[in-house]
Design a protein around this ligand. Structure first.
Ligand SMILES: Nc1ncnc2c1ncn2[C@@H]1O[C@H](COP(=O)(O)OP(=O)(O)OP(=O)(O)O)[C@@H](O)[C@H]1O
Length: 600
């Protein structure tokens, strides 16, 4: 992938792909147009020289008209070439921006599913969009201006010394001072200060976002704005850094820069006065005045060129920042796809000595986990919070890949299966059911796009969703999340179960959390679970022990390790953690029943 050290321009040209040449052509045309725009000035100088030479008999200055036409031709030609260049850079910029979006999305599509848990898809898209838009401006406008201005500057350097090097040097001196002042603001130890200032700005933006996200919590707990210390701290930190950088560091160089950018002729006047005596003595006073006129006009172009360079440099920084923001997206891990994919033989799920540690975590989430779920068996994962149940279930559909050991489906390492085949084999229902802002029909059909309306209805029926369809205004075609058609957590879970039922996959990975459900919903969800898991291999993350009693095998996961394993009966006799959990569970049920009686 793209190296961080590369500068923004080479990274952008890589993204431009086949439009790289169009970009370069646009930049070349911009440079040519700038050279063309210089010719009229040259013509003015030549015409002035000829006029002064024949003065006061102007009729002898035959060449002046020719110079006029040449100047006109180059001025118009320069403008046309400039627009042609802009067309090329715009076209290339649109294509490059499209490539950034496409390549970004294509890369993210290869990321393991677990990547999306930590990186919201909306955020990924907005990062890519913002970066594409910023780089579009750079490629379409700023870059052409940078190249044009540099060419202008080089051409000016040549011209400066063609007529009278002393006047040229006087004009240039102002530009050199201005550039040195600019460099001192951005280079050396000030570069570190500028980086700190920008980092403080980033921190402020981030904590601002966190603050806005947390507003509901602030309101619920009646906290004041100051309760968000991090945000306040970030604002104060940014303000101190901004004041220091803009005030203490930039004030003097910025004043020097502006003075000499706007006053490029400052040194020209004294130098001309100094040289005037010599010119009078040599007798070429006419040539001297012509040269002075030329440099006086030219010094104004220097100011414009310097201002353009500063503007273009800020565009370059913007593109650099934008590319820096999408770098993490482009660096997202990708799921390794086998060269010669294997086919699963049956519905058996096996964990062989599996260990896994999350990126950046201190301790493993799973350590040497081994178990087998035979075809048609139900294996329940139980244990304390943080024990590793969700992580174990996530390794089956390759949300992540095991660090060591193997996870097998149908006798094959999941890494050796074609990801599409693996997805066809496994249906999952996790706690955070993702329903799209689309109709119920489309939401359920996402599992099997070729399913008929009747098949979708049958799956919804099996998932006990009849009551949901009845109350929705357009039934199956109601779009979720619009016009007040919101679903409760329990209802959303039943729709997600219908999706899994429609998928009809031989292996089901199920998080049976019924946290959102009221008793009525819970009963319906249990029925839907029973329908979904019938005759399939089931790996179930169980939160309430009542649902695991009938499981073929129960694994107790504690601190990432399987500490107990067996049927309900076997584990109860073993007298370990499961026995204590069972006792606690029964006590809780007892309390519930007793308090229910008292209320009555
Ligand atoms: N995305 C993640 N990045 C880093 N660590 C994680 C991540 N997800 C989980 N963990 C850590 O891995 C360990 C196992 O978590 P896991 O969610 O698998 O446990 P669990 O048994 O499913 O818990 P619960 O019953 O509360 O859902 C925990 O220590 C948790 O903090």
């Amino acid at each position: 992938m793209k190296q961080k050290k590369q500068n923004a321009l080479s990274v952008l040209l890589e993204y431009a792909g086949s439009h790289r040449r169009l970009t370069l052509l646009g930049l070349g045309l911009s440079a040519v147009s700038m050279v063309c725009s210089m010719i009229p000035y040259l013509c003015i100088w030549l015409a002035a020289r000829d006029l002064i030479a024949v003065a006061p008999d102007w009729t002898q200055a035959q060449s002046v008209t020719d110079y006029g036409w040449i100047a006109f031709a180059f001025a118009v030609g320069g403008i046309l070439i400039y627009f042609l260049g802009l067309m090329c850079t715009h076209l290339a910029a649109f294509r490059t921006a499209a490539n950034i979006r496409k390549q970004g999305m294509a890369h993210v599509m290869q990321a393991p599913l677990g990547y999306f848990d930590a990186n919201a898809s909306g955020l990924i898209r907005s990062k890519l969009d913002a970066a594409a838009a910023d780089t579009e401006t750079l490629l379409a406008h700023n870059l052409a201006d940078i190249v044009g201005t540099i060419t202008l500057f080089l051409a000016m350097l040549v011209l400066m010394f063609v007529f009278d090097w002393r006047m040229g040097a006087a004009c240039l001196l102002a530009a050199v001072i201005s550039i040195l002042a600019m460099c001192s603001m951005m280079g050396g130890k000030n570069a570190a200060l500028m980086a700190e200032y920008q980092a403080a700005q980033d921190r402020m933006t981030k904590s601002g976002t966190e603050y806005v996200r947390g507003i509901p919590v602030v309101k619920i707990f009646q906290q004041t704005v100051y309760s968000f210390k991090a945000f306040q701290q970030a604002i104060e930190d940014y303000s101190a850094k901004a004041e220091h950088y803009q005030g203490d560091v930039c004030r003097v160089p910025q004043s020097i820069n502006l003075t000499f950018t706007e006053g490029a002729f400052l040194f020209l006047v004294p130098v001309v006065l100094f040289l005037a005596h010599g010119a009078l003595a040599s007798g070429d006073y006419a040539g001297f005045v012509t040269n002075f006129a030329f440099y006086a006009v030219f010094s104004a172009i220097i100011s414009t060129a310097l201002a353009k360079i500063m503007f273009a440099a800020s565009g370059m920084m913007l593109a650099d920042t934008a590319l820096g923001r999408i770098q993490p997206v482009m660096d997202a891990p990708t799921l390794a796809v086998p060269e010669h994919p294997q086919t699963p033989k049956d519905n058996r799920v096996v964990f062989r000595d599996v260990s896994f540690t999350y990126d950046g975590a201190q301790s493993p989430a799973l350590s040497h986990v081994s178990f087998t779920a035979e075809p048609g068996e139900t294996v329940a994962l139980v244990g304390p919070s943080g024990g590793g149940k969700t992580t174990a279930a996530s390794l089956i559909p390759r949300f992540w890949d095991a660090d060591t050991g193997t996870v097998e489906v149908g006798g094959m390492d999941v890494r050796q299966l074609d990801p599409h085949v693996l997805m066809e084999q496994v249906a999952f229902v996790f706690q955070n059911n993702r329903l799209f802002k689309a109709s119920i029909l489309e939401n359920v059909r996402a599992a099997r796009p070729d399913a008929s309306r009747e098949q979708v209805l049958a799956a919804l029926e099996a998932a006990q969703c009849g009551d949901i369809l009845e109350k929705l205004p357009q039934g199956l075609d109601t779009v979720i999340g619009t016009e007040g058609t919101y679903l409760s957590g329990g209802e959303a879970q039943r729709i997600a179960l219908a999706r899994a039922i429609l998928k009809d996959a031989p292996i089901v990975v199920l998080d049976e959390a019924t946290a959102f459900a009221d008793p009525e919903n819970e009963a319906l969800i249990q029925k839907a679970f029973a329908r979904l898991t019938k005759d399939r291999t089931v790996i179930m993350i169980a939160h309430r022990l009542s649902t695991v009693v009938g499981a073929d095998k129960i694994l107790v996961l504690e601190g990432g390790r399987v500490t107990e394993q067996g049927t309900h009966g076997e584990l109860i006799t073993a007298g370990g953690l499961y026995t204590r959990m069972w006792a606690d569970y029964n006590q809780a049920i007892q309390w519930k029943m007793e308090s229910g009686k008292e209320e009555r």
